[in-house]
Write a new protein. Sequence first.
Length: 316
Amino acid sequence: MKKKRWLFFGLFVSIMLLLSGCDSSSLIVLDPKGPQAKTQSSTIIFSILMMAFVLIVVYILYIIMLTKYRASKTSDDYIPPHIEGNKWLEFTWIAIPVIIVAILSVVTVKTTSAVESVPAGYEDQKPLVIYAASSNWKWHFSYPEEGVETVNYVNIPTNRPIEFRLYSYGPITSFWVPQLGGQKYAMSDMVNTLHLLADTPGSFMGRNSNFSGKGYAQMEFEVQSMSAGDFSKWVDDVKKTAPQLTEDKFNALLKTSYVGRESFSSTHLGFNPPPEMDMSEGHHGSGSSDKDSGSETMDHSDMSNMEDMGSMEHGN
């Protein structure tokens, strides 16, 4: 009995130490503020519960085996009897892992399909397109339809699908807003698309979740979710008060390692387009590669309109 008590005490202490190391601020993925994040949070919780159930069963069987079939004193000439294997037991402990893997696989595939598309119930709404470009070590957010651009913060309307188009002006980074959805990589030679939606007004922190150099820890940005009316007022205010983004200013931003929050009444898309809009290079803008990467390609007429409108008051 003493061995049992010490075994259970050790298990209890281990669980308490594990839980005490969990910081609530690091569990914001379990505090979702959008449909994609809720789907992922539910999948994470389901996976944790299933794995916890497996561990509990294993620990219980382990304790039973230790106590019931522990070694006892026998004579030196004792020969244990030959015992045939139990086919049903062998089938059971092979079938159970297969079933667990199958269940987790189905859940994962369904979750991936759900978060890679526009959230259910919002398919009829036109998404707000925002180009999110990373550079050492900052984030540039361009609104082609609104004709404004921000650095290190991004405002979005609630209950409207957001289509982030991700790329990089340097090493590979990863765009991640834990309370709104999962991460996706931003690369220099292609554009990846990430669908997010916030159903609650508020402020959510985003960051680069892929190590990309010495400024990785400071590569954070704020996502502010607000009503559609407040979002329109913010866009109008930026257009009236913020300076235009010139090519020289943008190049200076790219060369500067650390900057604060900035706003501009035009975007860099006209003079420095992302990979999918750069039609001069053979590997950029090809229909097959863009389709495979999950991005949408602008046609030549859209390209001409974007380049002709230098002020970028309207992106299309």
